[in-house]
Design a protein. Structure first.
Length: 159
């Protein structure tokens, strides 16, 4: 299971040799040290995950409950600005999953999702052009919907 918190990226798997234990794997020593989950950090420079912690499953469950109870943000990406995750490739993962969502939900012909939350906070919406569900394009509310021909012309002008 992959888990992203504001402080770390964790890969959680069942421990192969210790019943009732989990192996928590980290991509960097710094993220393992930042993780508030108790456990001794082991470093294996040649492994796919450089840092690991072995923890009791019950301790991990308690930790996850605490993570959830302490959750205060309404925008995950913004919550990472002062943490190690901000410098991690978190946005690349977000973009990959965003692209996958668009492909599976809207087909490959749609280059964007009509979400106003793309790459900005909800408070920024007042400064954005509105997405029109009638013509599937962005424009001011006062503007008329674009025809298919106008959208094609606009698209070719952008290239």
């Amino acid at each position: 299971m992959w888990i992203f918190t504001s402080n770390e990226f964790l890969s959680v798997v069942r421990h192969r040799d210790k019943p009732e234990h989990l192996m928590i794997r980290f991509r960097s020593r710094a993220q393992a040290e930042a993780c508030t989950l108790d456990g001794e950090i082991t470093i294996t420079p040649t492994a796919d995950y450089v840092a690991r912690k072995t923890v009791r499953e019950s301790d991990f469950v308690s930790w996850m409950i605490t993570q959830t109870a302490e959750l205060q943000y309404d925008n995950f990406k913004n919550s990472t600005q002062d943490t190690l995750m901000h410098e991690a490739p978190l946005m690349k993962v977000w973009q990959c999953m965003y692209d996958w969502q668009n492909e599976t939900e809207y087909g490959s012909s749609m280059d964007y999702h009509p979400s106003s939350a793309f790459w900005h906070d909800y408070n920024d919406d007042a400064h954005m052009r509105n997405f029109c569900e009638d013509c599937w394009s962005f424009h001011d509310q006062k503007e008329e919907c674009l025809t298919e021909q106008q959208k094609e012309e606009e698209s070719s002008n952008d290239q």
